[in-house]
Design a protein around this ligand. Structure first.
Ligand code: NDP
Ligand code: MG
Length: 380
């Protein structure tokens, strides 16, 4: 039996991870969870799974839970996240928390030697060099949960990385894939949250609409697969059936296909190198699908993808600024404080105003992350 600690249990990936655990009670045990502020879901999770450790964002919520569930250790804040990440009973950490708040706990989990199934892409974008170096030193495995990276990881099984010509990341195009920039003026939060293929958390759904999600995934792929940006491409693929591909020097392309169901890559990360049945999942029916389509990405239309490539190539602290500015801008958009197209503008302004620091350490990253968020907020 594999013991799992789960950060971000109340979110979209968290809930789907719980469903995978629920489907295989003989294989998985949930030993620790962290949540943010959603106490209703946190209580449901405690009642159903009875984890030994629970961590929530706020002190007052932790106190309430402690009085309700006497037999469970309840912590809060960043210390609580770190305790969840490093929980001694857990064999695997699923990091499904949202945003760069996941960075410090991830580094601590690596120090503690935990295998990490990582969905939390902002952590890799903001400090990929620190995470990958720590993982290499400690011999810790980072298993991708993001569907594109899981697809690439699966396509690379048994292959020599030296033979890779290019990674081809597929993009659904998000909620506004058929709108011109002019048509994006005045689109609402609800329009942006209406993703054609995937049901996900709010922030990543907005990132899909701006195409920042693909940009973050390009940087994530750079770190996970140790490849330069020239060898990472993106192609628009409306059906979200091919989750990504690897092209090799001999011109062969390996692809992983499936219905858009995050439980498949989550489960693969938990069972790797083995596989288990996914009884609830709809099977892929290629005849029913009939056709798959591929189009070139338009980086004039989707500016954030271009910003991410540029920030990734620049390296150093620039991806930290990209991520922090985007997290701040998306939060402002979701609150109704800015328009959709202002997300691009705020990110661009933050990038243009930043002078790169090479190889920033954790303290510098935290400082740049904080200052960039403050700056973006101050512009609105
Ligand atoms: P959600 O917004 O649905 O969930 C985020 C989770 O993180 C919730 O449990 C939330 O708690 C918790 N959380 C947020 N902020 C804090 C904080 N400051 N301290 C502690 N906990 C916090 O996000 P998703 O599940 O959509 O995404 C999670 C990660 O996975 C992201 O990095 C995303 O890019 C990545 N990902 C998501 C995919 C998807 O299909 N959703 C696909 C691929 C990658 P609460 O709700 O209780 O406040
Ligand atoms: Mg993805």
């Amino acid at each position: 039996m594999k013991s799992i600690s789960l950060m971000g249990a109340t979110g979209s990936i968290g809930i789907q991870t719980l469903d995978v655990i629920r489907q295989h009670p003989e294989e998985f045990l949930l030993s620790a969870v962290s949540a943010g502020r959603n106490m209703e879901k946190t209580r449901d999770i405690i009642r159903e799974f009875r984890p030994s450790l629970v961590s929530v964002q706020l002190k007052e919520d932790a106190e309430k839970l402690r009085s309700e569930f006497g037999d469970i250790t309840v912590l809060h804040g960043e210390d609580g996240l770190i305790e969840t990440a490093c929980f001694h009973e857990a064999d695997v950490l699923v990091n499904a928390v949202l945003g760069s708040v996941g960075l410090h706990p991830t580094l601590k989990a690596i120090e503690a030697g935990k295998t990490i199934a990582i969905a939390n892409k902002e952590t890799l974008v903001t400090a990929g060099h620190l995470v990958m170096e720590a993982a290499r030193k400690k011999g810790v495995q980072l298993l991708p949960v993001d569907s594109e990276h899981s697809a690439i990881f699966q396509a690379l099984q048994g292959e020599n990385p030296k033979n890779i010509e290019k990674l081809i990341i597929t993009a659904s195009g998000g909620s506004f894939r058929d709108k011109s920039r002019d048509e994006l003026v005045g689109v609402t939060v609800d329009d942006a949250l209406n993703h054609p293929n995937w049901s996900m958390g709010a922030k990543i759904t907005i990132d899909s609409a701006t195409m920042m999600n693909k940009g973050l995934e390009v940087i994530e792929a750079h770190w996970l697969f140790d490849l330069p940006y020239d060898q990472i491409g993106v192609v628009l693929h409306r059906e979200s059936i091919i989750h990504s591909m690897v092209q090799f020097h001999d011109s062969s392309v390996m692809a992983q296909l499936g219905t858009p169901d995050m439980r498949v890559p989550i489960q693969y990360a938990l069972t790797y190198p083995d596989r288990m049945p996914h009884p609830k999942g709809k099977r892929l029916d290629l005849v029913e699908i009939g056709k798959l389509h591929f189009e070139e990405m338009d980086t004039d239309r989707f500016k954030c993808l271009g910003f991410a490539y540029a920030a990734g190539r620049e390296g150093g602290s620039m991806p930290t600024v990209l991520n922090a500015a985007n997290e701040a801008a998306v939060a402002l958009f979701l609150k109704g404080a800015i328009s959709f197209l202002q997300i691009d503008d705020l990110v661009e302004r933050a990038l243009n105003g930043h002078v790169t620091i090479q190889r920033p350490d954790l303290g510098t990253i935290h400082e740049i992350d904080r200052n960039t968020r403050k700056l973006v907020d101050s512009w609105v």
